[in-house]
Design a protein around this ligand. Structure first.
Ligand code: GCB
Length: 760
């Protein structure tokens, strides 16, 4: 048969098929929006943009402040005559923060909340055979009722996730139920022997007549073989919506088993009128069961699984929150490479695409609402705030109900004061709502309240702490004492570590590791970051009762007010730099501990010029014995604990030194090499850098003394001895501050800056 004849026959078949089937069409509306907004610099911006888009990529990256206000988007879209009789919906996957949507000048509604999807039906508002105008007024100003009220991250304004036009028949699976897929897969009873699933479908009938339709559920395994097919008749009243339940039983199911075996069935829900398919939705079905034990930790499908997790923000250098699928995939690749088996998608609902990626790779996910601590303790006691918190929880759950990767719904992060009764009532309501919406999953929360008996701790099913031992306070190993104390006081608590970490700059290095002053100080040596992680991971790994932990953070991320590390406007606690170009040493520490890939990694390779002729060399490796060679000579073979191997007092000659770590496994050789240069005369430089390291904290101390002494002096009843002490301290502090100021003025003439670090 000739090619043309074949094409002709195929086209007849396809048009026949199309008249028989009228499934929904999904049209991407991401291209060519007219954007009109203001900027921080009071310029007005008019440009044509593609989605995803945010107007804050540049200003938020500058540090301190960024534009929070209105921006307007308009799109011209031609609606064909052939769509008459169909239903049309606009689905927005994420608009920050308030969106007011109009079509051809008619206001359809407002959505309040920057991270969840929403859908409006536009069937009655469009003009057929003409161009239609979709207008979205977006506002990312601060509000008092929309979560989050604040937080250590940027609230990038704009339509920063995709937009879709959904076209259906008059009767369809509803896109209007909190913008969910309209199909909910309740995994009621799952074991290795059988899986009982309830498929709840919301059907919407916009026609003028009551209708009888057929609902069909088809489940296929990963190679497309049908393992379940069931049908039932459903009556849906004119203009009404109907929930229908279809029960499925699969015997000897192939379970979704995390990274080991992320097995997915696919489930198709079809609406039919006779033989004609009128709507169809496909969802992933990953069958699994799990529980957490207060003593033994987390179990997936009956087997113990320590959750070795990372946290992630939807944020990327240069694009802010407007990530494309390519960015999402790239992030997931880093997380997988490091060997993590869990992700806390903080501090808000993430893009649906990322939850789907997690399903397919077997990541366990903690998904959460943006109930995040802020200046106002994270909440305002108002009906509007409560309403918004519930709305965002419902949206998170309904929109992501079918993702098997999501195991925990997070209901708050770092909020409140000890035993706050108002907050306790709000969180109790959210817990009840989460359970009513989804009785099949566990709830979780991230607390920063140290007192174990705080009323909030008992509300979620599992509780975890954000603790920064070794960074904001204390020493890394002290986390162990903290966790043990909670475990002892509240043995029924299912304890996790929701955040831990330390800042680390790939440009800051030092031989003798000094504890940085974390918040107001730029100096964040990478070496200190690795030390904290080595210490904390040991604490977590040694404790079976800790069900899981999440590194804060997988990637450096934008936080406009931060001035620390090597760049302003970022939180640099990432394992990978903000631009994703550099994996920090800590990344390899975890990779060596978590991943099954062979790792041999010499640390400090960016610390090229060394000031001492005797150094310690550290290697992260999971390959057993590793031999170190310095300028061609063996410095001995070592095996490490937790993949950390250290060679003490390695001698460097003046000039370049080649250092190589080598391991042999099953006849295969693995190695890593670095060239370090030793320069004798850097000793003076390092002394100067020590003083520079001290100077800023010293200034902060002096300013605090000035402040406190003035406060003391203006008090009414001050004893005369106190007065004298305050005056002396005040005068001394002012004199020191003046001396520093004059010193800086004098040396600046020589092109010198007292506050700038050396480049060792
Ligand atoms: C926390 C917060 C997180 C911050 C982090 C930090 O506890 O939950 O949003 O980014 O601390 O880096 O201080």
């Amino acid at each position: 048969m000739k090619k043309n004849q074949l094409l002709f026959i195929l086209s007849i078949f396809s048009s026949l098929f199309n008249t028989l089937n009228a499934q929904r069409q999904l049209v991407s509306l991401n291209k060519e929006w007219d954007f009109n907004g203001a900027s921080l610099w009071e310029e007005s911006i008019e440009e044509v943009v593609d989605l995803p888009h945010t107007w804050n990529t540049e200003d938020a990256a500058q540090g301190y402040t960024y534009f929070r206000g209105e921006g307007n988007y308009t799109k011209k879209y031609f609606v064909d005559q052939s769509l008459k009789g169909k239903r049309l919906f606009l689905k927005f996957e994420g608009v920050q923060t308030v969106a007011n949507v109009s079509v051809n000048g008619t206001h359809l509604g407002e959505h309040r909340g920057g991270y969840s999807a929403f859908t409006f039906e536009i069937t009655k508002n469009v003009k057929y055979g003409e161009y239609n105008y979709i207008e979205v007024k977006v506002d990312n100003s601060e509000t008092e009722d929309i979560l989050p009220l604040g937080g250590d991250f940027n609230i990038y304004g704009g339509i920063y996730r995709p937009v879709q036009l959904i076209i259906t028949e008059e009767i369809c699976i509803s896109p209007l139920d909190f913008a969910s897929p309209g199909v909910y897969l309740f995994q009621n009873n799952i074991t290795k022997e059988k899986a009982e699933v309830s498929v709840v479908t919301k059907i919407s009938n916009a026609s003028v007549s009551n209708s009888k339709i057929e609902l069909e559920v088809v489940i296929s395994d990963a190679v497309g073989k049908i393992v379940h097919q069931g049908k039932k008749e459903v009556f849906v009243n004119a203009g009404g919506t109907k929930d229908t339940n279809h029960s499925v039983l699969i015997s000897k199911p192939h379970l979704w088993n995390g990274l080991k075996d992320p097995y997915l069935y696919s489930i198709k829900v079809l609406l039919k009128e006779g033989e004609k398919i009128i709507d169809e939705i496909t969802q992933p079905l990953g069958l699994r069961y799990y529980h957490t034990d207060a003593e033994k930790g987390f179990f997936l499908n009956g087997e113990h699984l320590k959750i070795k997790g990372v946290s992630r923000h939807q944020d990327f250098a240069g694009v802010g929150s407007a990530l494309s699928e390519k960015h999402h995939r790239q992030d997931m690749k880093f997380i997988s490479e490091m060997g993590a088996n869990g992700i806390r998608l903080a501090h808000y609902q993430h893009s649906e695409f990322f939850y789907a990626l997690s399903d397919s790779l077997g990541m366990t996910v903690w998904a959460e609402i943006p109930f995040v601590g802020s200046n106002q303790d994270g909440y305002i006691d108002s009906d509007e705030f409560r309403k918004n918190s519930k709305q965002q929880l419902q949206e998170l759950i309904r929109q992501n109900f079918n993702h098997p990767s999501i195991l925990f719904w997070g209901i708050y992060n770092e909020i409140g004061n000890y035993n706050d009764p108002v907050l306790t009532a709000i969180i109790n309501d959210l817990q009840k709502l989460a359970k009513a919406e989804d009785p099949t999953r566990q709830t979780v929360a991230a607390s920063f309240i140290r007192r174990v008996d705080d009323s909030l701790h008992k509300i979620p099913d599992m509780i975890a702490w954000n603790r920064y031992f070794g960074w904001y306070y204390n020493k890394p190993f002290k986390l162990g004492d903290f966790l043990d104390l909670i475990h002892e006081e509240e043995p029924s608590f299912k304890i996790g570590v929701s955040e831990y970490g330390a800042g680390g700059s790939v440009m800051h290095h030092e031989e003798k590791i000094r504890r940085p002053f974390p918040i107001f100080h730029e100096w964040h040596p990478e070496e200190y970051q690795t030390t904290v992680h080595e210490g904390i991971w040991k604490v977590i790994n040694d404790r079976d009762y800790v069900w899981g932990s999440y590194i804060w953070n997988m990637f450096d991320f934008g936080s406009h007010f931060r001035r620390e590390g090597d760049a302003i406007g970022i939180n640099d606690k990432g394992m990978v730099s903000y631009d994703r170009n550099t994996k920090k040493d800590a990344f390899f520490f975890y990779k060596a501990n978590w991943s099954e890939e062979p790792v041999i990694h010499l640390t400090n390779t960016r610390f090229k010029i060394r000031e001492n002729d005797k150094i310690n060399v550290k290697v992260y490796s999971n390959l057993g014995a590793v031999e170190l060679f310095v300028n061609g000579k063996s410095a001995g073979t070592k095996k490490g604990e937790n993949a950390v191997l250290i060679w003490q007092d390695i001698h460097l000659k003046e000039g370049n030194n080649k250092v190589k770590a080598v391991a042999n496994i099953n006849g295969k050789k693995y190695s890593d090499t670095v060239i370090w240069m030793y320069e004798k005369n850097l000793i003076l430089e390092s002394v100067i850098s020590f003083f520079r390291w001290l100077i800023k904290p010293f200034i902060v101390l002096l300013i605090s003394i000035v402040f406190w002494m003035i406060r003391l002096l203006v008090k009414k009843q001050v004893r005369s001895r106190q007065k004298v002490f305050a005056i002396v301290a005040l005068v001394l502090a002012i004199l020191f501050l003046l001396a520093i100021l004059i010193g800086q003025i004098l040396v600046s003439g020589l092109g010198f800056n007292l506050f700038e670090y050396s480049l060792i």
